[in-house]
Ligand binder design. Structure first.
Ligand SMILES: Cc1cc2nc3c(=O)[nH]c(=O)nc-3n(C[C@H](O)[C@H](O)[C@H](O)COP(=O)(O)OP(=O)(O)OC[C@H]3O[C@@H](n4cnc5c(N)ncnc54)[C@H](O)[C@@H]3O)c2cc1C
Ligand code: FES
Ligand code: FES
Length: 484
């Protein structure tokens, strides 16, 4: 197939066309080492601290959507067709500070300043969104930016001040020209780069993707890169052939049918949020705590499943909801219940050359309940020690059906089949719940690791079943505690 061999993106008013780039060079390294733009900082190089935050615009129909992303784990070619903005771009032509920068100065939002460019860029992305100028939404938007000097109160004050009095800034004034330039470089064709024996492909359709993967079954699939990026920056792995899904528009759709949601594999957490949080409020709470906003703006549910981590957050609720996957190999598709996807530690049912195309999530029926609990050391932006999800269908006081998904309790995300069997058909009362508790020990033999001990995990699993019982039987449906 014919593919373009030049990466194109918009940066500082110019279309950059680059043919000979290292496909796994990060945007951060490119900015600092190639372009000498050192305003963007490196703190952790693993997506945790937000010091490297840049803002990336993508054309969505008639407008450009601007989002904060971590440049430290983002490979340069993933900018294809995008508008890149860094802290250097915020100053107006008359040298005036951008309103978010001025607010940081006025509210004393910076001390050592190392984190400051990242905060400024996250605030700048918020300035170009419809985020209300309120403390909690701003705290959520800034949870992926860490500051160890100033403290967050003045930074949040700066955000509230800037977002309360938005004026059209330089970016707003330049929008029609930006849209024109982005239309010219829209990646409607495939991209194929080669550098020093490394190959990078960015197909534009899922048919092209399927054909490429059949030709290169050993290629590394790249979606949002929030796992894969770290393999390069932290583990120094060499990825010889990368196939990127980000330009495949037909994998970025969310479709609602009368009884299910069909989520394309390349739908990011941010783009799936409204649909999932409305249909499954507990899943919304879970997603709100998955990474920081920069991670949710890049990371995908498809990537979370494919990565097959035993502590990935979306598999437990998806197992509980009875989700199925659409897997594709060349022109052939098969559907697979999610629980059959996970085989053993990090081993999955995916065949070479096959990829996840979409995720089918059944809706809740009128007598169904879904509860999801994430247990982590820190509330925001932390990996789970245990994640549990309970789906219950009641008929009167009886449990007609139940599915329980756990993460962090085994080598794979796993259903609690023995516990479910004990509950199914029984009356949903305290005696049934107490009888079911020991079955959790038969379902799971958790490990001790640096997140928690095996014993802690066992106790937590039991307590979460108790919590679920209380929450689904108390007449005022209290969320008993934030933490179990
Ligand atoms: C700072 C930080 C915090 C995080 N916090 C959390 C957290 O709280 N909870 C959590 O669960 N995760 C967390 N993660 C992990 C990560 O964000 C998720 O696993 C994410 O969903 C991965 O999706 P991605 O699109 O970035 O995948 P990528 O990194 O692009 O890919 C991950 C894996 O999936 C494969 N893959 C991707 N798409 C497909 C496909 N369609 N078909 C076949 N294979 C595919 C890739 O080849 C790779 O093996 C965090 C990551 C970071 C950096
Ligand atoms: S350097 Fe810490 S998130 Fe990128
Ligand atoms: S001002 Fe120093 S880390 Fe934030």
């Amino acid at each position: 197939m014919d593919m373009r061999n030049t990466l194109r993106f918009l940066h500082r008013g110019q279309v950059r066309s680059l043919a000979n780039v290292d496909p796994t060079q990060t945007v951060l390294r490119f900015l600092r080492e190639t372009d000498g733009l050192t305003g963007t900082k490196e703190g952790c190089a693993e997506g945790d601290c937000g010091a490297c935050t840049v803002v990336v615009g993508r054309l969505q129909g008639e407008r450009v959507e601007y989002r904060a992303l971590n440049s430290c784990i983002m490979f340069l070619p993933t900018l294809d067709g995008c508008h890149l903005l860094t802290v250097e771009d915020l100053r107006a032509p008359d040298d005036a500070l951008h309103p978010v920068q001025q607010a940081m100065v006025d509210q004393h939002g910076s001390q050592c300043g190392f984190c400051t460019p990242g905060f400024v860029m996250s605030l700048f992305a918020a300035y170009h969104s419809d985020l209300p100028p309120e403390r909690q939404p701003l705290a959520d938007a800034l949870a992926g930016n860490l500051c160890r000097c100033t403290g967050y109160r003045p930074i949040l004050d700066a955000g509230i001040a800037a977002l309360s009095d938005k004026q059209p800034d330089q970016l707003a004034q330049d929008q029609s020209e930006v849209i024109r330039q982005l239309r010219e470089i829209a990646p409607t064709d495939g991209l194929a780069l080669e550098n020093a024996g490394k190959h990078f492909f960015a197909p534009a359709t899922s048919d092209e993707l399927a054909a490429l993967l059949s030709d290169h079954p050993d290629a590394q699939i790249l979606a949002g890169g929030t796992d894969v990026g770290l393999w390069v920056t932290k583990e120094h792995r060499r990825l010889d052939t990368v196939i990127y899904l980000g330009n495949v528009r037909d994998l970025q759709t969310v479709t609602e049918t009368p009884d299910a949601f069909e989520i394309g594999t390349m739908v990011t957490y941010t783009d799936a949020f409204d649909t999932l949080a409305t249909a499954f409020p507990d899943m919304g709470e879970l997603l709100r705590r998955l990474g920081g906003l920069q991670v949710r703006n890049a990371g995908t549910i498809g990537g979370n499943i494919a990565n097959a981590s035993p502590i990935g957050d979306t598999p437990p609720p998806l197992l509980a909801l009875g989700a199925t996957l659409v897997l594709r190999h060349g022109p052939d598709r098969r559907t697979l219940p999610l629980e059959d996807y996970f085989k053993s530690y990090r081993q999955t049912a995916l065949a070479p050359g096959e990829f996840i195309e979409g995720i089918h999530i059944p809706k809740l029926g009128p007598h169904d309940e879904l509860r999801v609990y994430k247990i982590s050391k820190r509330f925001d932006q932390d990996i789970s020690a245990v994640c549990a999800a309970f789906w219950l269908r009641k008929s009167g006081q009886k449990i007609e059906d139940v599915r329980i998904g756990f993460g962090g309790m085994a080598a794979i995300p796993k259903r609690a089949h023995q516990t479910e069997q004990l509950l199914r058909g029984a009356a949903w009362n305290e005696a049934t719940m107490e009888r079911a508790l020991p079955a959790l020990d038969r379902d799971f033999s958790p490990l001790t690791d640096f997140r928690s001990s095996a014993e802690y995990r066992r106790v937590i699993a039991r307590n979460l079943l108790r919590k679920f019982f209380v929450e689904t039987t108390t007449s005022s449906p209290a969320r008993v505690l934030e933490y179990a």
